[in-house]
Design a protein around this ligand. Structure first.
Ligand SMILES: [Zn+2]
Length: 373
């Protein structure tokens, strides 16, 4: 049994795209004078696609923004870029996860409007290589073969350092041309929760193949995954050398339709949890190794017990009342209900594993929860 694969559209070139109707489009440049003698430039762009309608209004200058169906925008250029991306995403019918963004367009957006014409020309010369590399990436990611992609010192006439600087100066900073893409990728995970640990909030983009070794993917949306600082740091510059060392790619490897994260109750005072990976028997040995490898690399075995300890302390008083009123059965019912609720939300969360193992433990339900150590 292999992970469920996501498919990617290529944006505007996709034959399945839905038509966009531009209801109205006002060119940038119209100005409005607001109370307090503040002059603001206003852009209004409006488009419809099927039953979706986007209206984007922007007042730049003092940073006042107003928008619909998009996140806060800081500049006129960014608003236009965001609007273009939104249109692209509507056309391919996806606002969901993974984000559907065209790698070539993203690269061209990042290199657009550069002051250094010679540098821009070199980037332009690298465009076909970037595009081909993206095709290779998607094929490899769909076959557990990302580790076979060769690392490199540059892309054609562009050095690795220049690609890295492109990301740092033209995709990450607010108001930079690629920032709208950055924001869309960052806001993609459900509830803003890091897809790697499932606990902490996203705060950065992780280069799945590190940009220090794979310059062709430095600004490629397929290689940029929203993550928390801790997970990003734990993965830093790690290069896979075998299939078993390929960490799970959230855009390509969906294993959350099957149960694989388990926990065991430790009969200590206070009670504690030990977490471990135990995938279904139909998993291939490579997939089992990859999940175990990622679990260890991201140090879930150390962090999940800490979250569990805090959760246990927060439910102790409630369990004592339940136990006084209804005994062990009442405690077990409560824990079982919690496990079912957590499971419905996320099959492999530490909470699901924790509550399930607590409900299963006679020791814990029979009074083990009371010890505070
Ligand atoms: Zn994380």
């Amino acid at each position: 049994m292999q992970p469920e694969r996501h498919s990617f559209g290529s944006g505007l070139g996709n034959p399945a795209v839905r038509p966009i109707h531009l209801a109205s489009q006002t060119s940038p440049g119209s100005e409005a004078k607001l109370p307090g003698d503040t002059r603001l430039r206003i852009v209004q762009l409006q488009a419809e696609c099927g039953d979706r309608r986007i209206v984007l209004r922007l007042c730049s200058g003092e940073g006042v923004t107003e928008s619909c169906e998009c996140s806060c925008i800081a500049s006129l250029v960014q608003a236009q870029e965001l609007f273009r991306l939104l249109l692209q995403m509507i056309q391919i019918g996806s606002f969901g996860y993974p984000p559907q963004l065209d790698p070539r367009l993203t690269f061209e957006t990042c290199i657009g409007g550069m002051r250094d014409a010679a540098l821009q020309q070199r980037f332009q010369l690298a465009t076909p290589l970037i595009t081909q590399a993206s095709v290779d990436y998607e094929l490899a990611a769909n076959s557990n073969l990302l580790h076979t992609i060769p690392s490199g010192n540059g892309v054609g006439p562009v050095s690795c350092k220049e690609m890295s600087k492109l990301y740092d100066s033209r995709m990450v900073p607010m108001n930079s041309p690629g920032r709208a893409t950055y924001d869309l990728l960052l806001s993609a995970p459900r509830h803003g929760i890091c897809p790697l640990c499932g606990v902490r909030t996203v705060s950065t983009l992780d280069h799945h193949l590190p940009k220090a070794h794979y310059p062709a993917y430095t600004v490629n949306p397929l290689n940029l995954v929203a993550a928390c600082q801790d997970c990003n740091k734990a993965k830093l510059n790690k290069i896979p050398t075998t299939s078993s060392e390929e960490t799970l790619h959230p855009y390509f490897d969906n294993i959350d339709n099957e149960r694989w994260l388990m926990a065991e109750v430790l009969n200590t005072a206070p009670a504690a949890l030990k977490f471990f990976v135990e995938g279904p028997t139909n998993w291939s040995p490579i997939l089992a190794s990859r999940v175990q490898y990622e679990f260890e690399m991201l140090r879930h075995g150390k962090s999940y017990p800490l979250y569990a300890a805090s959760e246990l302390a927060s439910i102790r008083s409630g369990l004592m009342k339940l136990s006084a009123a209804g005994g062990q059965a009442a405690v077990r019912n409560q824990l079982t209900e919690r496990a079912e609720s957590c499971k419905a939300d996320r099959l492999n969360s530490w909470r699901t594993a924790m509550y399930e193992s607590l409900a299963f433990s006679d020791w814990f339900c029979g009074g083990g929860f009371q010890a505070t150590g």
